[in-house]
Design a protein around this ligand. Structure first.
Ligand SMILES: NC(=O)c1ccc[n+]([C@@H]2O[C@H](COP(=O)([O-])OP(=O)(O)OC[C@H]3O[C@@H](n4cnc5c(N)ncnc54)[C@H](OP(=O)(O)O)[C@@H]3O)[C@@H](O)[C@H]2O)c1
Length: 326
């Protein structure tokens, strides 16, 4: 096998702005063989714009092709399960966008399908594969801040008025779209959640903003605030018994972003991210599929835990309508 052969389901924002730039950065070791859209016209337009070999009408037709190793499922959340399971059943490995499924049962079915098909399944948390995250893990493991007991994190962004994120039936809302990031970050260190609750501001049927708390065993805590209608901002602070690490951009770090270790003094550290958001994740997937590296961060235990915390948050939610501003 010479290069990794990708097929893409969907032609939306994340494909254009995160996935395709990373494919270009990776060069000839990764090739997109085909992109599928619900309509032939959109598939053709997107393939032409991005220089993709084949445009396919309908997702099923792409999955039938024998010349694809791995499928990127970049669709609205409510159809992740259907198309991920179909892709796995067609013998493809899958990179599925977050959140993997709409509830724990859905996630379980997806992970089961990967096991039955003997194919890899990843949930697309690109930050896990980036050097900043590896650096944070090393600092925590080496006791740089003592015992890590609490994480707080924010993720705000602005979503256009016409978008699936405003539809509850499509898996919209800030919890599904954004809270998964702090929950997945915390899962690197805290794994047995005992309780979770949230306060949400509702716009129509979805939460435009949510603040939540997750209590884990041994007194570990995650606190987060996420929102779909504020200028972009992310942050995280890892609080330890002897210090803290403040991370300016935990989820999509850029080359100039800093994180800072506070112990007895202050140590500003470079995130040193010289590649785009998705490049390290896609490079790893290629290496794993071609058996050059053991697969890391597969959607198994961690995706189950994230989904079960989301279910707890949704089940213990105080929801209030958004106040109207003149
Ligand atoms: N990991 C990350 O950094 C990151 C960043 C942004 C988004 N995401 C995730 O990526 C997924 C897609 O997000 P996005 O922002 O790219 O969404 P988007 O711009 O709305 O694109 C979604 C695509 O899904 C297809 N689609 C299939 N059924 C649809 C339906 N009923 N309504 C609308 N579109 C439908 C459409 O493609 P066709 O019309 O061509 O079929 C559409 O272009 C979500 O799961 C999101 O959570 C991840």
């Amino acid at each position: 096998m010479t290069g990794v052969r990708w097929g893409i389901l969907g032609t939306g924002w994340v494909v254009e702005n995160s996935f395709m730039p990373a494919i270009r950065e990776l060069g000839p070791t990764h090739v997109v063989r085909a992109v599928a859209s619900r309509t032939a016209a959109q598939a053709r337009a997107f393939a032409r714009q991005e220089g993709i070999q084949d445009a396919v009408e309908g997702y099923e037709s792409l999955l039938e092709r024998p010349d694809i190793d791995v499928v990127y499922v970049a669709l609205p959340n409510h159809v992740h399960e259907k198309w991920t399971i179909r892709a796995l059943e067609s013998g493809k490995h899958v990179l599925c966008e977050k959140p993997l499924g709409m509830d724990p049962a859905s996630v379980e079915r997806m992970i089961d399908a990967a096991g039955i098909s003997n194919r890899y399944l990843w949930e697309a948390y690109a930050f896990l594969f980036r050097s900043q995250t590896a650096h944070l893990c090393t600092l925590v493991q080496n006791g740089a801040i003592g015992d890590l007991t609490k994480i707080d994190s924010t993720f705000f962004t602005t979503i256009a008025t016409v978008n699936y994120r405003w539809e509850a039936s499509m898996g919209g809302g800030a919890l599904y779209d954004l809270a998964v990031y702090p929950i997945r970050l915390a899962d690197l260190w805290f794994q047995h959640a005992e309780r979770a609750s949230t306060v949400s501001t509702m716009r129509g049927t979805v939460d435009v903003e949510s603040s939540g708390q997750v209590a884990y065993q041994r007194g570990r805590v995650l606190e987060f605030t996420v929102g779909l209608d504020h200028p972009y901002r992310t942050s995280a602070t890892l609080w330890g018994t002897r210090g803290r690490i403040e991370v300016a951009s935990p989820y999509h770090p850029q080359p100039t972003d800093l994180f800072t270790l506070f112990d007895n003094s202050v140590h500003p550290l470079q995130a040193a991210q010289h590649t785009g958001t998705f490049q390290a994740m896609l490079a790893h997937i290629g290496d794993a599929i071609q058996e050059r590296q053991a697969p890391q961060y597969l959607a198994d235990g961690s995706s189950r835990r994230v989904s079960s915390i989301l279910a707890m948050l949704r089940g213990h939610r105080v929801a209030r309508p958004e106040s109207k501003h003149p």
